[in-house]
Ligand binder design. Structure first.
Ligand SMILES: Nc1ncnc2c1ncn2[C@@H]1O[C@H](COP(=O)(O)OP(=O)(O)OP(=O)(O)O)[C@@H](O)[C@H]1O
Ligand SMILES: [Mg+2]
Length: 139
């Protein structure tokens, strides 16, 4: 990032699905002071919610002692999200695409990664799927 970040956050959350929404509300209240486009901000919130849920559920296996590391940086008209867990990772290429013909329309789940890709400009996994980085331009 060329400019200094206006907002940064670094937190290690214990694995607890109930803590996701209070965390998101607190962080996005702060971000709303910097980012005036509420619709774009809402999309970022949704993407972060999916990433945190995946990290806790699939990554950390809902074990409270395992942590999820969250980094957020806003500056230069871009928001960066980074979420990593302490699980075994996975291969994102083996996850079926929910928009493909033949994907069961009525099965719950399997839509989080798709949603994150829709909400953000760039989504990439690292560290064998234990980490996910996302970027979105917000003018
Ligand atoms: N952090 C992670 N660690 C390990 N596996 C993961 C991780 N994130 C995603 N996965 C794998 O990728 C699959 C797809 O994730 P995705 O979020 O798209 O769907 P889901 O979590 O199964 O359902 P939902 O629609 O509720 O998000 C998961 O079922 C899981 O197998
Ligand atoms: Mg998910």
């Amino acid at each position: 990032m060329s400019q200094e970040n206006i907002f940064t956050l670094y937190e290690k959350l214990p694995t607890n699905l109930k803590q996701i929404n209070p965390f998101l509300d607190r962080v996005f209240d702060q971000l709303a002071a910097h980012i005036k486009d509420a619709e774009q901000l809402f999309k970022v919130k949704l993407a972060l919610e999916e990433a945190l849920t995946n990290a806790m559920r699939h990554g950390n296996g809902l074990k409270a002692s395992r942590k999820v590391t969250v980094r957020i940086a806003w500056g230069d008209g871009q928001i960066h999200l980074d979420v990593s867990d302490e699980g075994k990772g996975f291969n994102p290429r083996t996850v079926p695409d929910p928009t493909q013909i033949g994907y069961a329309e009525n099965i719950p789940g399997g839509r989080g990664i798709f949603l994150m890709q829709k909400m953000m400009d760039r989504v990439e996994f690292y560290d064998g799927g234990r980490g996910i980085r996302m970027v979105k331009k917000i003018l």
